[in-house]
Structure formats: C-alpha cells, structure tokens
Design a protein around this ligand. Sequence first.
Ligand SMILES: Nc1ncnc2c1ncn2[C@@H]1O[C@H](COP(=O)(O)OP(=O)(O)O)[C@@H](O)[C@H]1O
Ligand SMILES: [Mg+2]
Length: 212
Amino acid sequence: MRHIMVLNAKGGCGKSTLATNIASYFATQDAAVALADYDPQRSGLDWLARRPENRPAIAGVAGFKDGLRKAPRNADILVIDAPARSHGAELADLVKHAETIVVPVLPSTIDMQATTTFLDELKGVGKIAKKQAKVAVVANRVRENTLIYDDLDEYLTKARVPYVAALREAQNYVRAYTRGLGIFELPEYLAWPDWEEWEPLTAWLRSKRSQP
Ligand SMILES: Nc1ncnc2c1ncn2[C@@H]1O[C@H](COP(=O)(O)OP(=O)(O)O)[C@@H](O)[C@H]1O
Ligand SMILES: [Mg+2]
C-alpha cells in the first residue's frame, strides 16, 4: 500500500483540497483508495459523505481518532489529509505514516514565511532526513500574472524540495468538493485546464521519484 500525505502546518493552504483530489484521481484510475482524515475538522470525511454512489468508491478512515487501525488492508493507495499546526512530536508521528508527502503553498507572504519554518522543521524529522519519505511542494490557488505568484514561483523554485505543480485558483475545486468529486470527475469542457495543471503532480505521484 502506498501512503500519500498532504501536509503543511499552515492552515487553509489546500491540504484537504489536494487530498480529496488525489484520492479521486487514483479512484478514477481503478485503484482501491482510502482517505484517512487526521484533521478533527473532518473536511476529508465530509467530502466522502457527499460522494455520489455511482462514482468509484473511496473508503474513509477517521485518522484523528482511530489512527490507521481501521484502514482497509486491501487499499492500493491511502491518502492522508493532515491537520494544520502539526509540530514537534506530533509532526514526527504523522510523518511515520507516509512515504510520499505533498506540501501545498499559497501565493501569500505569510504562507511562504510559515512554509519556510515548516520545511525546516520537516527536514529535521528523522524519517525525512534519512530520505525514507519523499517531499514535493505544490503552488496552490495561483493567479497568473500577479506579482505574488511570481514571488511564490521563485520561492518554490529555490526551495530544496522538488516543485512539481502550480494549480490555479478555480471555482472547479469548490464545485467538485461540494459534490463529493475531484476535478478529474468534472466535465472536460470545464476542468481541462485543471487536468493539465495536475499532470506533472500525478506523474510525480506515479513515478519512483515520489517513493523512497
Ligand atoms: N485551487 C483552489 N481554487 C479555489 N479554491 C481553493 C483552491 N484550493 C483550496 N481552495 C479553497 O480554500 C479553502 C481552504 O482549502 P482547504 O483545502 O480546506 O485547506 P486546508 O485543508 O489546508 O485547511 C477552501 O475553502 C477551499 O475550497
Ligand atoms: Mg483541511
């Protein structure tokens, strides 16, 4: 089983949005997928509750209270939606569950600053330092041709972890979440720009580069 965690100590950067879309992506690729929600705010589980029955099933795991004890053993892919404010021992504990970690970052000075602190802390976690988990950053909610996106792009290019994708700000993410879907499950005429932006991220997730 692969464990893919979406993690950043900063709140509101798109962890649940990326986690639900990664889960939906693999589910539409015929993988057996589970989504473990480690955030007591339950955005991941709420999304699953909205998921229509005619879509590929995704198992839900209440990680915030049960850990992974109740995760289905037969899952190919377990996506973990992490809570904000994960630091210290709690962060080290969370990271134990994953070999692949995706860190979303918003085009905002506060978020970039907080992410610098977070990535420094993450690098100090034994498992990451020993390269037993691979980390990548993703720009999220970007608006092209804005100065702050230029700043974010430069910041992520210089970060010492792979910068694998930039995802635009789009109502498609809001729409998809409300319907229990991922952007991959929206009609092509609406979602094709998002599908294109996700391509390098899903390619990274499928490749050996994202696995220790
Ligand atoms: N690319 C995006 N485009 C538009 N809205 C987004 C995008 N990514 C996240 N959002 C919105 O931003 C808010 C915070 O995202 P969320 O995934 O809940 O972050 P986190 O889980 O890190 O707290 C939500 O309202 C979500 O719908
Ligand atoms: Mg969340």
